[in-house]
Ligand binder design. Structure first.
Ligand code: SAM
Length: 282
């Protein structure tokens, strides 16, 4: 038995395009004693493509607990292990958390080999603010719970991001439409780095129609990005569209009701709209 423990490498793999595996990822995968893969059948073609024939061990959500302990033991005995998932960065809406946490607890070195992740790829091309963002992972499966999560995004100033599968993309976007201010920007990034890569930018009110217009619009893998609420501190002036909505509402409503309705439509804080409404009628 070696008295030196092995290293756990957390290795990102491509999210579609095989060429997105880094040189260092290839070197690392070739150099370890074992590759722990979410689905060994899924990863084999990628590994074969790069001439990597290290032994594979399945490590997925159903055997995470027991397998983590076995892998820890092997690293304590001196073996190095690479963790990969089906696509992108392990642990990002993928298995691996138990293994990484346990490895760090027992003092095993955990080293990242960074690369693709769908959320960062989508954010980088979205045209939405990137300085601060919330990543939610996968949305709940039922509409009621999804709407509650989306409502939580509404007041936040930063960009909100979630993952969605082809089965639920339309239902999730319909829930966004039901809850979010209609003029807020939304970006739907589909099949990134693959043949049918599509990045749709629209307002919340337009998005479902755009998806339905494309016969393949609901197929594939999706990242959804929602524009944050205008920040009062940074931007306490209303846009011309927000003012126009307020002016229209003031034609038939009181200052209080008009500002409440305008806040619901635009996502802008009621107080700011109320002050503007008073100025307009004053
Ligand atoms: N670990 C991965 C990562 O770093 O992005 C995410 C794994 S998660 C199980 C799979 C989800 O990621 C998909 O349902 C989709 O929402 C998103 N995703 C993965 N690949 C994608 C791609 N090429 N284009 C758009 N979204 C993708």
């Amino acid at each position: 038995m070696s008295n030196k423990t092995g290293t756990l490498f957390v290795v990102a793999t491509p999210i579609g395009n095989l060429a997105d595996l880094s040189l260092r990822a290839v070197e690392t995968l070739k150099g370890v004693d074992l590759i722990a893969a979410e689905d060994t059948r899924h990863s084999r073609p990628l590994l074969q493509h790069y001439g990597i024939d290290q032994p594979l061990q399945a490590y997925h959500e159903h055997n995470e607990g027991t397998m983590a302990e076995r892998l820890i033991q092997r690293m304590e005995d001196g073996e190095s292990i690479a963790l990969i998932s089906d696509a992108g960065t392990p642990l990002i809406s993928d298995p691996g958390y138990s293994l990484v946490r346990r490895a760090r607890e027992v003092g095993i070195t955990v080293a990242p080999v960074p690369g693709a992740s769908a959320l960062i790829a989508a954010l980088s091309v979205s045209g939405l603010p990137t300085d601060s963002f919330t990543f939610y992972g996968f949305m709940p499966r039922t509409s009621g719970k999804r709407r509650a999560v989306i409502a939580g995004f509404m007041e936040r100033n930063e960009t909100s991001i979630f993952y969605e599968s082809s089965h639920r993309i339309l239902a999730a976007l319909e829930d966004v439409q039901a809850v979010f201010p209609p003029e807020r920007k939304i970006v739907v990034a589909r099949e990134l780095t693959k043949l049918h890569e599509t990045i749709l930018s629209a307002t919340v009110s337009e998005i479902c129609e755009l998806i339905l217009d494309n016969p393949h619009g609901q197929k594939g893998e999706f990242v959804v990005l929602l524009e944050g609420a205008p920040s009062l501190k940074k931007n306490n002036r209303l846009t011309s569209e927000q003012k126009r909505i307020l002016v229209v509402l003031l034609k038939s409503c009181s200052v209080k009701t008009a500002s409440e309705l305008a806040a619901e439509i635009t996502g802008v804080k009621k107080k700011l709209l109320y002050q503007e409404a008073l100025r307009l009628v004053g």
